[in-house]
Design a protein around this ligand. Structure first.
Ligand SMILES: *Cc1c(COP(=O)(O)O)cnc(C)c1O
Length: 368
């Protein structure tokens, strides 16, 4: 195999050679050059969702979940009440994060194969005035379903509640415009649709909200208000920054703009998704979600019902042919997932389908 395996996973994902090469340099965390890099990345992130006027963006060390936790810790006051709209595994993780941090948390669960409902949210908020904030996962990566961000944001604004959005797997690919969608905090990370490497998250916080967040966080490391104050004052990260990750993200964002920004990225991922879903249909594999709910981020496939099917075998054989698949995250049905994101295109997706087809035939499965 003369290339690394293609990662068909929603982060870490396959990155370009340029992005990998950007990590071959050591940076001093106090140095003006690195501070300028951080400032450039922050500015670029704000521009992607047109949030320069309304929000600040605060980067944070760690995987994406660290930033989700920091957003809740910083934005939801200790006597606040978070309502989590739940239709999958990442929603449940958000609920757990908030509960463990001692925030009053209510979880409104819907079936995993359906988007959350803005109408149901309105009813829940009207019935309970104690709810101060709503937590929404934009693209629920557990299944791949996209939730109605604009409608949920409209309800939150109309009924005067804060909104925290986990846009980890959608940011950069699906359209989000902070001038049109009102949110208190929106969370994403380096190693998803911007095609950087994992290691840092970032949280957009509405300026007026951030001003009132001092002292909310029970945790020093998770305190985005403190991180923001320090960064504004010194240009530096509060604690050791993931320097190579920041450098890789800066380079990945240059390529993002060269490709044509969000519309181009969405178009490529949409083509990846179509190649995948059509190809797998040809192998007799159906998607867990109805076609109208599929997202160009990640697709959940129902496993073949044949008793000879083993995910471990599918995984190992696909890997031997250069493609890393992703296990399912559902409890009720046997599934596996295939990511459409990363520095890959039609050719790699078609090769992945061919590898799955060969593997299934080797297991004695597949179309007659
Ligand atoms: C990837 C992802 C996260 C963060 O996961 P980490 O493993 O902590 O990086 C959070 N929410 C969603 C929806 C994600 O896709």
């Amino acid at each position: 195999m003369d290339r690394d395996p293609i990662l068909l996973t929603p982060g870490p994902l396959t990155t370009t050679l340029r992005t990998k090469l950007a990590m071959l340099k050591d940076w001093g965390s106090w140095d003006a050059d690195f501070n300028a890099l951080t400032a450039r990345v922050r500015q670029g992130l704000l521009q992607i969702i047109h949030a320069q006027d309304s929000h600040v963006v605060v980067p944070l060390q760690g995987s994406g979940t660290f930033s989700v936790e920091a957003a809740v810790a910083t934005v939801v006051p200790r006597d606040g009440h978070l309502l989590v709209l739940d239709n999958g595994a990442y929603c449940k993780r958000l609920g757990k994060v908030a509960t463990l941090m001692g925030r009053r948390t209510t979880i409104a669960t819907r079936p995993e194969q359906l988007p959350v409902s803005a109408a149901e949210l309105a009813a829940l908020l009207q019935a309970d005035a104690s709810i101060t904030h709503v937590g929404l996962i934009h693209c629920e990566t557990g299944t791949g379903i996209v939730n109605p961000l604009a409608e949920v944001a409209e309800v939150c604004q109309r009924l005067g509640r804060g909104l925290i959005v986990d846009a980890m797997s959608s940011f950069g690919a699906l359209p989000i415009d902070a001038r049109q969608i009102r949110f208190d905090a929106l969370v994403a990370a380096s190693g998803k649709c911007l095609e950087g490497v994992p290691g840092m998250g970032f949280v957009f916080v509405r300026k007026a909200v951030m001003a009132g967040c001092e002292g909310n966080s029970h945790s020093l490391a998770m305190d985005l208000h403190d991180q923001h104050q320090y960064m504004e004052r010194t240009g530096q990260w509060r604690f050791t920054p993931p320097t190579h990750v920041v450098a890789a993200l800066a380079e990945a964002m240059v390529q993002y703009q060269e490709e044509g920004g969000q519309p181009a990225r969405l178009a490529r991922y949409t083509d990846n998704c179509r190649t995948l879903v059509d190809g797998m249909a040809g192998l007799g594999l159906r998607t867990f979600l109805a076609p109208e709910h599929l997202s160009p981020i990640i697709v959940t496939f129902l496993a073949p019902s044949d008793e000879r099917y083993r995910f471990a075998t599918l995984y190992a054989e696909a890997k031997a042919q250069g493609f890393m698949l992703y296990p399912g995250k559902l409890t009720a049905v046997e599934t596996f997932r295939v990511g459409c994101i990363g520095a890959i295109g039609h050719t790699e997706m078609q090769q992945a389908v061919d590898a799955v087809g060969r593997t299934l035939r080797g297991m004695g499965l597949g179309p007659a």
